[in-house]
Design a protein around this ligand. Sequence first.
Ligand code: ARG
Ligand code: ASP
Length: 735
Amino acid sequence: MRKIIFPVLISFLLPITLFAGGGMWLPFLLGQLNEADMQSLGMKMTAEDIYSVNKGSLKDAIVHFNGGCSSSIISPQGLLLTNHHCGYSAIQTHSTLEKNYLENGFWAEKQSDELPNDNLVATFIDRIEDVTKDILVGVTDKMTTKERNDKISQNIKAFKKAYAKKKYEDVLIKPFFKGNQYILFVTITYTDVRLVGAPPSAIGKFGADTDNWEWPRHSGDFSLFRIYANKDNLPADYSPDNQPLKPKHYLPISLDGVDAGDFTLVYGFPGRTDEYLPSYAVAQIQNAIDPARIEIRDHALKILDKAMRNDPTIRLQYASKYARIANYWKKWIGERTGLIKTKAVEKKQKLEQEFTRRLAENPELNKKYGSLLDDMDYKYQEIELLAIYRNYFHELFFRNIEIFKPANSLRRFLAQANEENYDQLAGSTKKSLQAFFKDYQPAVDRDVFKSLMQLYTDNVCTAYFPNYLLEERFLEGYDMEQLAKEFYDNSIMTQPEKLYQLIDDKKTDEIKKDPVYQLFMDIVDAYRTRLNPEYQAIKAPIDSMQRRYMAALMEVLPEKKYYPDANGTMRVSYGQVEGYLPKDGVEYLPKTYMEGIIEKYVPGDYEFDLPQRLLDLYEAKDYGPYAENGRLPINFLGSNHTTGGNSGSPVIDAYGNLIGLNFDRVWEGTMSDLNYDRRICRNIMVDIRYVMWVMDKYAGAQRLVDEVQLVHPKAGQKSSKPWDGQKKRKRRKRW
Ligand code: ARG
Ligand code: ASP
């Protein structure tokens, strides 16, 4: 049996002499795979400066923010920088119409004013190891998918159990290269993370959904938190006795700015990419999956938008929800457009032709992989409708129609509750219900229900309908008005007080009789007993074929470059400050300035209004040390390969200093998740000088400005091995 040892194989393929772009690399393999390439782009650090298990390195300042975003530590007192949109729901939770931090911003005057948050965690990575050999021990090519998966789960379980770790550490093992490689991450998660500062949305979210995913951009998309630890500097739940974390490393902030061509490194936690799909799978996303998802959200967004425009309370309640739905709606539209424009499907077909041609030349490989592409094609065709229905299921019942959210909390509660734990579970369930009802408008949701259930009954095959909808009277024709009436007028899910009372009185039978609760149980049942088993029965062989295809590509086309798909683990992307050509005759420059904010300003508009204070400072050109030739830089573009989850990632210069904050990508390039294209895929970053200007000049948050370390690497103060800052810890001069 031939075993492929991936790290070794990969190192054959590289180094690349010319920067080809693309790639989200594992920090602990940079020395082997990327260092030379990075240095040829101007990087002055070594791989060891970026990731080391033996000494402090940049890695120690990089934080996974609540599992979904990235962030970094920027002061010796655990000050954490992430995006405004990553801190958004924390900021919103603390906001009321009277104390509206979303609208007006929030700045804790002193440490004791910093606001604790339920359910907000910050995770560091202590070390990373390749554990492929241990996890694949006893796994053979002869095994069925199920046997293989079972064996791997067993191995992972045993490995974790035997692994020596500290009490406060966690161990995470994730598949890479579609399950050909397994990597272990030892993590440390802090649970006392407090809100320190946030600009008003007019700065943090300037341009809102109109500008989202687009360039030119002018957003101050940042917010500040602080990690607190117990007296031993270890993770602890909130307590007034906790102290600010003393980090192993924090990023110095460069005030020298960026120019086209400068080296950039983005360090964070990209969520998910799929770069190695066959052509027909990409075509399926482009022509079937994306259009279905776009259509569903189109309907929901139109209803929310109208309600929000008419009522300021609803606008506040639905701001975060709307942004979340609109975000991927617009992304999918961009993705589809980009796939078509860059001829992604044709590009993949050409690769497959070359793959097939090479197989034809090599009988041994042909025997191994000859039928793979056809087999996968068949399975992808088979799964298409089920995949669409599955999207309907998730989009409707778990995202866009809200009334099913309390139903789902109650379902979980009732499934777990017994005599002993009832009160405790009731408490936490009520807490999450209260959070839900705080921002819930049944009338708006009812319209969403009517609109989306119509789409559902029109487009999903009845074989997967919840039983309730299969009743005779419905099959004659669905009257959505009637259906909505039946549920929304009669359910306790729209009457929180009554619901809490039932929970307190332990009248669980009455909850179970609720029409929405029952419908939801039917929905879950249809999914569990019909839709999902059928889907998984095809998905499992697809996954296994994708794993073999990944290995096949690397074996058959070894001259190509391969990097692992994003999977929520720590990665490094690198590139340069760089504009692009979005269409014929148009060139996008890589930097924007304050003048652009003023150009976009529309007084009173909910997306493009500006605070008076910003206008005044602009008039006075009061930019302090943050200006560049008299202009205040706002955002810049780079050729770093990023995806969802990379938001809040620090952008680091050639020496290890912070120069920016990643928050978005350009619309033409959002197909980078499936087909990275060096020509038009760009990430968008906030210039750190704008962040500092807002903190310092706009908000007057002097205590925070005093906390960070400002440096001038370009002016010869080539700081640094990054951690020198801490060792010296001299009181720095401020320019
Ligand atoms: N598109 C960016 C990302 O995927 C930013 C989203 C937040 N901003 C917004 N206007 N919705 O997260
Ligand atoms: N805005 C995304 C995020 O929140 C980043 C991206 O998709 O480029 O992670």
